[in-house]
Ligand binder design. Sequence first.
Ligand SMILES: NC(=O)c1ccc[n+]([C@@H]2O[C@H](COP(=O)([O-])OP(=O)(O)OC[C@H]3O[C@@H](n4cnc5c(N)ncnc54)[C@H](OP(=O)(O)O)[C@@H]3O)[C@@H](O)[C@H]2O)c1
Length: 254
Amino acid sequence: MPFSDYRTALVTGASGGIGAAVVERFAREGLTVHAIARSAEPLKALAEKTGCVPHVVDVTDRAALARLTSEVAFDVLVNNAGVDRPKKFLEADEGDIDLLVDVNLRAVLHLCRMVVPGMAARDRGHVINISSIAGNYNFGGNSTYHATKAGVAMLSNQLRIDTFGRRVRVTEVCPGRVATDIFAHVHGDSPEIRERFIDGFELPTASDIADAIAFAVAAPVSMNVGHIEITPTLQVMGGLQTAKPASPGGGEAR
Ligand SMILES: NC(=O)c1ccc[n+]([C@@H]2O[C@H](COP(=O)([O-])OP(=O)(O)OC[C@H]3O[C@@H](n4cnc5c(N)ncnc54)[C@H](OP(=O)(O)O)[C@@H]3O)[C@@H](O)[C@H]2O)c1
């Protein structure tokens, strides 16, 4: 369905990174784009640049989401807002678990609940869920994040089943590392963090991800791009570790 068949889009997590790039791209394609985030200033700047409609809203504010989605019939929904609090699960923090579930998964479920039935009734719509390679592969230190993103991945599959027979398309976008400020937001902004995650690596940019999303949206109506995994060429997932049991004295044998 070309962009011209859609009129409105809702993008969460739009104050920077992938969300802001998607807003810019969709606005260029002629959609009226509603942009949600908590940070007022970057949203205002994005609105001045792109003409998007800014909403300073926390995605956990269900009443605000319900108001907005009852006022506008959205053709495209991009569930992009996301947070991480990396930690080994053995040291998991109660508040971190709630935050990640609330932002990464609960808000996505509720927005789909609010928006997708209208899409099905109008026989027109596209849901883009930004998950992560963390939803499909294991690597250390982010277990709650993995769990929430796996939930988003499975929800994306289920939405296809539940809207069967309607022209509601669902695309799960699974990024690996992308050059955004997410690492500064998660670990704090410092030269060490930029060195660890960004500097010197060849990484996709937020606008590269937005271009891939635009490809899925611009595809013919007869075509659903269900899953897009995008990693740096120089990033691979997987690995195998085997440990010997801890020694009787309590020390770790490896
Ligand atoms: N960058 C990567 O390497 C990478 C890899 C895999 C997956 N992803 C996923 O891609 C998505 C976008 O990530 P990004 O790299 O663009 O991250 P980012 O630069 O940190 O941007 C995250 C966005 O989410 C918004 N957000 C966070 N909490 C929110 C809340 N409670 N309510 C509303 N908005 C909220 C932030 O805005 P405010 O703070 O202003 O609210 C910001 O606009 C996330 O779902 C992330 O998990 C990213």
